[in-house]
Design a protein around this ligand. Structure first.
Ligand code: F6P
Length: 362
């Protein structure tokens, strides 16, 4: 069956570069005489039948815009959709049939889903039910299995690095320990890369459980060398060797209900007691997901979008665009579902950080 009408959606947390992918897919498709339909708020738009035709004008001038012109949702999993139960809680329904009906009603021949692991897990289920899907990986966390890099990560690293650069001023002027809490969920890529780029003295990542006394020792040792301040880049998933991850809240309406947070506050509090140095915490939060994509993310997003278009035109459905060793390629979406790509302990950036005296608190 020829491809005439392409649906496109963005799922999960927003990230810089989503619009660049939408633009690339749409421009390639419209240029080839195809129709493009934008689905609002990720899978939610397919569940609620909120779709709109995208024209050239809709996707013009959006390359530099953060966020997504289509809206996104990290809550609407069609096979386990949360609805209020009327008693202040949630009940879960499989609304996949509704999604299939709306997809067919809209006359879509294929769907491009741009998202992270949650979105790809949803896609894997829809593929089993017969939908033709091509996936594009996004996330500031860079934790998607099978791809070396996701767009959005580079921009988030740049934003986080800028923040770490800026807290140096107060840390050094006031002789303080400054703990910066970075996103990344269960993977430490963001904290690792921004920590190295920002010249952090301590980097704490989920993959390397820390011992508080070792972190404190580093702060004190720096003081002995005449450096009376310490900058700590802590991934939100970092946790003590003998303790649990820090959970800020749980959201039962979301496929991944855990929202991490609190490690920086804990560290600042404990380190002040252990070292006697005044300590503060900064939580960067959603600032890391905002703003215009970097040039690198714009290029990657464009490469990914065009590759997605090529895959669907070639009839290669059920595939996820990936970047491996500098090559744009694709893998089966089903292979990626429910997997997290964490930082290998022998990763070259970990080794480089250790070689220049950065401690991971282990
Ligand atoms: O996956 C992207 C991400 O920003 C994570 O780094 C973070 O843990 C999570 O999303 C926050 O989710 P929310 O926007 O629902 O608070």
């Amino acid at each position: 069956m020829p491809i005439r009408r392409i649906g496109i959606l963005t799922g999960g947390g927003d990230c810089p570069g989503l619009n660049a992918v939408i633009r690339a897919v749409a421009k390639a498709a419209l240029g080839g005489g195809l129709e493009v339909v934008g689905i609002e708020d990720g899978y939610l738009g397919l569940i609620e039948n909120r779709l709109r035709v995208l024209t050239g004008a809709d996707v013009s001038g959006i390359l530099t815009q953060g966020g997504t012109i289509l809206g996104s949702s990290n809550k609407a999993n069609p096979s386990n959709y949360a609805l209020p139960d009327g008693k202040g809680g949630w009940r879960y329904e499989d609304v996949t049939d509704r999604v299939l009906e709306h997809y067919r009603q809209a006359g879509l021949d294929v769907l491009v889903v741009i998202g992270g692991d949650g979105t790809m897990s949803g896609a894997a289920t829809l593929i089993q039910r017969g939908l033709r899907i091509v996936g594009v990986p996004k996330t500031i966390d860079n934790d998607l299995w099978a791809t070396d890099i996701t767009f959005g990560h580079d921009t988030a690293v740049a934003t986080a690095t800028d923040a770490i650069d800026k807290v140096h001023t107060t840390a050094s002027s006031h002789h303080r320990v400054l703990v910066v809490e970075l996103m990344g969920r269960y993977a430490g890529w963001l904290a690792l890369n921004a920590g190295v780029a920002g010249g952090a003295d301590v980097i704490l990542i989920p993959e390397v459980p820390f011992t508080l006394s070792r972190v404190a020792d580093q702060c004190v040792a720096r003081g002995r060398k005449g450096k009376h301040f310490t900058i700590i880049a802590a991934g939100e998933g970092a946790h003590p060797l003998d303790g649990q991850r820090f959970v800020d809240r749980t959201d039962a309406s979301s496929p991944d209900p855990i929202r991490l947070g609190g490690v920086a506050r804990f560290l600042a509090w404990q380190l002040e007691k252990l070292t006697g140095m005044e300590s503060r915490s900064v939580v960067l939060g959603h600032v890391q997901r905002g703003g215009a994509p970097t040039a690198r993310d714009r290029c990657l997003a464009t490469l990914f979008g065009v590759k997605a278009f090529d895959l669907l035109m070639a009839g290669e459905f059920g595939r996820l665009v990936v970047s491996r060793q500098g090559q744009i390629d694709s893998v089966e979406i089903a292979l990626v579902a429910n997997k997290v790509r964490t930082v290998p302990l022998d990763h070259e950036m970990v080794k480089a950080a250790r070689a220049i005296g950065i401690t991971f608190g282990d």
